[in-house]
Design a protein around this ligand. Structure first.
Ligand SMILES: *C/C=C(C)/C=C/C=C(C)/C=C/C1=C(C)CCCC1(C)C
Length: 242
């Protein structure tokens, strides 16, 4: 973690720095892919592909800044991270809405999902950014945040989104929404696990991790969720015949 005459040096033994750089490139490449492929899918899926490209594009720009911030300070770029998520997670809610719109998804469903995601992120931010290192603080805000997460999870698996997918009568959409619901269940769970490994968190004891270690979890999870989510949307767009 040193800056030599404006040249940024990546330490050979720093996996966190490594994932910031690969994460950046992967997000950028994914955006190019989604934007270019937009022209090869049926008209009704073009907006969904645009949103996929925006999600990875917004993340790429944030990664560009976060990796430099991390290299320069050795610290967790909490504010940049949450600004990124506050833009990209609601856009993932827009993806759910667009995919189920043919089956009658309403604006009110979209707003409920966006509200839940903003709730999850604002409370998570308070938990991380204003921590005094105590377990009380970490747990209180972590639990409040999890309420928003649980709402999105429920909606995707059993609630409105799942029901609308079912009534679309299109097996490709049904399968696609189910795959996205798996991403929310498994891929998104990596974030709270990382959160709990931070000082004050339930999983921190014994590990003795600093708060920068959380970036390893967040970087891997972001690559899986943002690029993976977009690829599922892409595969729905190319395989749905209707
Ligand atoms: C592209 C970014 C994504 C999909 C970010 C998702 C973030 C979460 C699901 C974060 C969840 C959290 C909790 C459920 C509790 C602890 C605090 C958070 C914000 C890490």
């Amino acid at each position: 973690m040193e800056i030599l005459a404006d040249i940024i040096v990546i330490p050979k033994d720093d996996p966190i720095a490594f994932t910031f750089f690969t994460g950046y490139m992967a997000m950028l490449a994914a955006s190019v892919f989604f934007f270019v492929e937009r022209s090869s899918v049926d008209g009704k899926w073009k907006l969904s592909l645009l949103v996929s490209g925006l999600i990875t594009g917004i993340a790429a720009v944030h990664y560009y800044y976060m990796r430099d911030y991390y290299l320069a300070t050795g610290e967790n770029p909490t504010a940049l991270r949450y600004i990124d998520w506050t833009l990209t997670v609601p856009l993932m809610c827009v993806e759910f809405y667009l995919l189920t719109k043919v089956a009658g998804a309403t604006k009110s469903l979209l707003w409920k999902l966006i509200f839940a995601s903003v709730w999850m992120l604002v409370t998570g931010y308070i938990g991380e950014a204003f921590t005094d290192g105590s377990t009380e603080h970490s747990v209180l805000w972590g639990v409040l945040s999890t309420l928003g997460y649980a709402y999105i999870l429920y909606t995707a698996w059993f609630g409105e989104v799942a029901k609308l997918a079912e009534s679309s009568g299109d097996p490709v959409v049904v399968r696609g929404i189910r795959t996205l619901a798996w991403f929310v269940l498994v891929g998104w769970a990596i974030y709270p696990i990382g959160y709990m490994c931070m000082p004050g968190g339930w999983l921190n004891t014994g590990l003795g991790w600093s708060s920068a270690n959380v970036d390893l979890f967040y970087n891997i999870a972001d690559a899986i969720n943002k690029i993976g989510f977009g690829l599922v949307v892409y595969s729905i767009a190319v395989s749905s015949k209707k």
